[in-house]
Design a protein around this ligand. Structure first.
Ligand code: CP
Length: 317
């Protein structure tokens, strides 16, 4: 694997999941794979899980990991080619990326979308400029449109939990939120679950919240949440802002929040969320504090997803 930006870089998803679960069983079995290799992790936005789990994963493989909070501590970066830098940006990615490529063997990058300009966000300019100029493998720690490490974690968690000899029914449901959020977790989850192919997959959201069909692929899509939830084995809860009329909040109907009462229609479904979660806005206390919630197990599995991906990147350098 040369870079890790989406499921498209994964040659065998089943093997990657198996590798992650093997690291969970024996975290230090490859603790020389990253000997004398350094991982740089650039955060243009806040993070708790991605930052810490990826650092732990790197250390388990014997790597050094250095975190740089660009958004907080660094010079403001310019990403547009031929920009006249007379505004607020101080350093161009054309210098910053190759300099970081001299310091690190692998470079992780975390960016968010503007949610103002769909074409610009969906072009993934930031991460592609790092690929163009850094000269080392780029690891997405969440980009404008996708969150691949989260989605790999989600599949690891589903496989770990679901032991029946049939395909699980997985429902991705939109949830209310107070802010306009990116589509990346939902896009990415849809992209990975449809590529995995080992599930009946349904997406449910209010009208006007359609996701980009480049990511939803073969998923069934309905505006009827109660119908979607019937017989579900897993319910993945996530808010996203509108995609078509980009970055808006059209609906904040609190009845879209998943409750214990709604779960009654499912097959005692396990409930997933990438975190952080707004309690009693996106998900009720009763679910988050109850036996059906997988959110902590899921966040714990971020380490093993990161370790499996870093191992693949290390093998290619
Ligand atoms: N789920 C996730 O990426 O969490 P952080 O934003 O805390 O990294």
């Amino acid at each position: 694997m040369k870079h890790f930006l989406s499921v498209n870089e994964v040659t065998n998803l089943a093997d990657l999941v198996t590798s992650a679960l093997a690291y969970k069983a024996d975290p230090f079995k490859d603790n020389h794979l990253g000997y004398r290799k350094r991982l740089g992790m650039l955060f243009l936005n806040p993070s708790m899980r991605t930052r810490i789990s990826t650092q732990i994963a790197a250390k388990n493989l014997g790597m050094d990991a250095v975190v740089f909070n660009v958004g907080q501590d660094g010079w403001t970066l310019e990403f547009e080619d031929e920009a006249i830098m007379s505004g607020t940006t101080v350093e161009h990615v054309k210098e910053a990326a190759p300099v970081l490529g001299k310091y690190f063997d692998i470079l992780g990058v975390r960016t968010f979308p503007s949610l103002k300009n769909k074409e610009e966000d969906y072009s993934e300019l930031y991460i592609h400029q790092f690929i163009k100029y850094a000269g080392v493998p780029i690891l997405s720690l969440e980009s404008s449109t996708l969150h691949p490490m989260q989605s790999l974690t989600d599949i690891i968690t589903i496989q770990e939990v679901f032991k029946e000899k049939r395909k699980p029914k997985i429902v991705l449901t939109w949830a209310p939120h107070v802010k306009a959020l990116p589509q990346c977790v939902a896009n990415s989850f849809a992209q990975w679950i449809t590529a995995w192919g080992d599930a009946e997959f349904v997406i449910t959201h209010p009208e006007d919240y359609e996701l980009d069909n480049r990511f939803t692929n073969s998923a069934a899509i309905t505006h009827n949440q109660n119908e979607a939830l019937k017989d579900a084995d897993f319910v993945y809860v996530k808010n996203w802002s509108t995609y078509t009329d980009y970055g808006k909040i059209y609906c904040n109907d609190p009845t879209w929040m998943l409750t214990q009462e709604k779960l009654a229609a499912t097959k005692n479904a396990k409930v997933m969320h990438c975190l952080p979660v707004r309690r009693n806005v996106e998900l009720s206390d009763e679910i988050l504090d109850g036996a059906n919630s997988l959110v902590v197990q899921q966040a714990g599995n971020r380490v093993w997803a990161a370790q499996a991906v870093l191992a693949e990147l290390l093998k290619s350098i």
